[in-house]
Ligand binder design. Structure first.
Ligand code: FAD
Length: 616
């Protein structure tokens, strides 16, 4: 018999994590590897395993205690072999990112029913270590990372090109058009500065051609990189037929016609990266004048009057393009403001600059009916709240539905693999991107908000690393986890609006005390020189008593030209736990817009000499 102290093992970067669950009690007989407690940080919760077996004599922690590596958890009495430590310490098991974590990377918490996997008795045409279902930013990034780590990888994609929504009908084509719109707006503005280029002449066909060339260059690059990595691409609709098999109905051509032939692929591990699609309102007529973002990006012609349904980023980006090309805009939004998620003070500046584009900004307003008429699409509105005045039915040449995106979880027969899908079509995952079926992972839009390409890519790398680590016995890779504290958001409008981490509105709502550093761009030499000094950079620092005046940065936001290119620095500062001095004392080049981040930190610290002195 020997008495052994059981301590918290190496738990990576986690320290001072809170005990939220005690899984054993004095008198229990435990085995080596058995989970003892659950701890939770702002990033994740995890179970801490025991290094030895034996009888628990004494518990040394209670609920709510903070523990770190080396903290004594309990004392066990062990006999014989049980006293020997396990040869390889089991890794703490990461559970889920808590709902309040800034990453928001997990799907809504509703636990869907767990289906029983089907058993597949047929033969496979192909086999692989890893099958990736979907070739978007999540899918191809996972496939490439896994191939780089030495796995045999197959990607199933229904379209002719890799890149998914982002490269083909999302991030990239919208930015190709937004760039042209921004240059046109800039050139128009130069008239005020003494340089007149005259009225632009827009050749829509050529502009569309430019956008298509941009897409082709990027998707062509992906195809070449897949080849270099020996990643096999199987073209077609994939659906699970068992826990280790996917059947693909092959497609060809640009319109994804089914060829009639099928292929079965056997896999050891799978990553579901099947993405999302635009929501279509049920009462909208089936008419070419009613489009979603993909239809708007097709840029057939420029309408005179355009209605944007939904005041989110995607709708406002497309609206920016069409209005610069000559359309008059109306926007209808159920909530009380455009661009939800960003702080209202930033959006207010955006809205003031963009007011000339709009005839009507209808807030707290619902669209309740629409009818195709020879004159246009006749749309009827209703108040979303009592007392809100709404216009009479209006006629539009183009209606863009941008009311959100819905995940494709229900379209891949996930139940045949035993993978649970929520009512809304999301797939819940843990911090390693693992579904309820241990060898099947999911990433990207299909696992939840925010539906952004950069989130998908980071999740993809985690899933690929965990899988390679498990298949190759590499403990370090197998322990990979999605630990991002924050995920930045950007509206690539003019001006751009970008934010990351805690917003001021959220801080207020959650009662979090913050110190604000706000730097107005009318004090920035570069912004004034550019003739675009309407912007603002805002940083928020922890001002709780525990921070003792040296609080870490919790969030930041910007409105202004190139805000999206600069927000990454704020994200890095949050990840690194920087405070106002760290950021303010980092020498930013002058004169740049990026300088505004250093100066906002100086404002918070009280050392900025580029703004009037703080009132005493
Ligand atoms: P997707 O890109 O949706 O890829 C999923 C892939 O799976 C698709 O190629 C699909 O064909 C394939 N697939 C689905 N089901 C099957 C099946 N059964 N069999 C075979 N293949 C299948 N995000 C940003 O970060 N920045 C932006 O600026 C930005 N702009 C956007 C602009 C627009 C107009 C839109 C619509 C989206 C934008 N997004 C942006 C969002 C971004 O495109 C998505 O978050 C991203 O593409 C998600 O990647 P994913 O890999 O999860 O899924």
């Amino acid at each position: 018999m020997s008495i052994i102290d059981i301590k918290v093992p190496d738990i990576g970067d986690f320290a001072e994590v809170t005990v939220i669950e005690l899984l054993v009690k004095p008198g229990d007989t435990i085995k080596a590897d058995q989970s003892l407690i659950t701890v939770e940080s702002d990033k994740a919760s995890m179970e801490i395993p025991s290094s030895h077996g034996g009888v628990v004599k004494e518990l040394k922690v209670k609920l709510g205690d903070k523990v770190s590596e080396g903290t004594l958890l309990l004392v066990v009495e062990a006999a014989g072999d049980a006293a020997a430590p396990i040869s390889e310490q089991k890794q703490p098991v990461a559970l889920v990112v808590p709902a309040q974590a800034a990453t928001q990377s997990v799907a809504p918490p509703a636990a869907p029913p767990v289906p029983n996997a089907a058993s597949f008795g047929g033969t496979a045409d192909l086999d692989c270590d890893l099958l990736v279902l979907g070739g978007g930013p999540g899918g191809y990034s996972a496939a490439f990372r896994a191939a780089d780590l030495g796995l045999k990888v197959v990607v199933v994609e229904r379209y002719a090109t890799l890149g998914g929504v982002c490269l083909n009908v999302g991030c990239i084509p919208s930015k190709a058009l937004l760039h042209v719109a921004a240059v046109m707006d800039e050139v128009a503005h130069l008239g005020d500065l003494g340089v007149d280029f005259g009225k632009p002449v827009v050749n829509v066909d050529k502009l569309r051609g430019h956008k298509e060339k941009v897409i082709a260059k990027l998707t062509g690059g992906l195809a070449a990189m897949a080849k270099m990595r020996k990643v096999t691409i199987v073209r077609g609709y994939g659906a699970f037929v068992g826990a280790n098999h996917v059947e693909v109905e092959e497609t060809s051509g640009t319109a994804q016609e089914k060829t009639g032939s099928k292929k079965v692929i056997a896999f050891k591990r799978a990553i579901i990266a099947a993405g999302s699609q635009a929501v279509r309102l049920p009462f909208m007529p089936n008419d070419p004048r009613v489009v979603d973002s993909t239809g708007a990006l097709a840029l057939k012609e420029v309408p005179k009057r355009m209605l944007i349904l939904g005041g989110g980023i995607i709708g406002l980006e497309m609206g920016t393009v069409y209005s610069t090309l000559g359309a008059r805009l109306d926007v209808v939004e159920m909530l009380d403001g455009l661009m939800q998620g960003a702080d209202r003070d930033l959006v207010k500046i955006w809205q003031k600059m963009n007011a000339p584009r709009f005839d009507n900004i209808m807030l707290k307003t619902k669209t309740v009916a629409a009818e195709a008429t020879p004159e246009g699409i006749k749309v009827t509105f209703a108040p979303a709240e009592e007392g809100v005045k709404v216009p009479e039915p209006q006629i539009y040449d183009l209606v863009l539905q941008a009311v959100g995106r819905t995940p494709n979880g229900k379209k891949i027969a996930a139940d045949k693999a035993g993978v649970a899908v929520t009512d809304r079509g999301f797939i819940n995952v843990d911090i390693q991107m693992r579904t309820n079926v241990p060898h099947i992972f999911a990433i990207g839009d299909i696992v939840g908000q925010p539906m952004l390409a950069h989130k998908a890519v980071h999740e993809a790398h985690v899933a690929a690393e965990v899988i390679a680590g498990e298949l190759q016995g590499n403990k370090e890779l197998a322990a990979a986890a999605f630990n991002a504290r924050v995920i930045p958001s950007v509206a690539y409008t003019d001006p751009e609006v970008a934010w990351v981490g805690l917003t001021e509105d959220q801080a207020k709502a959650q009662g979090i005390k913050v110190k604000k550093g706000l730097f107005p761009w009318n004090a920035s030499g570069r912004a004034i020189a550019n003739g675009r000094d309407e912007g603002v950079t805002k940083l928020l620092f922890d001002d709780s008593p525990e921070a003792h005046g040296h609080g870490k940065i919790l969030g930041g936001g910007m409105v202004g030209t190139h805000a999206g290119d600069m927000i990454g620095e704020v994200a890095l500062a949050i990840e690194m736990g920087a405070d106002a001095i760290d950021i303010g004392k980092t020498i930013h080049p002058h004169p740049t817009l990026g300088e505004s981040i250093g100066m906002a930190a100086e404002v918070a610290h009280g050392s900025c000499t580029d703004v009037p002195p703080a009132r005493k």
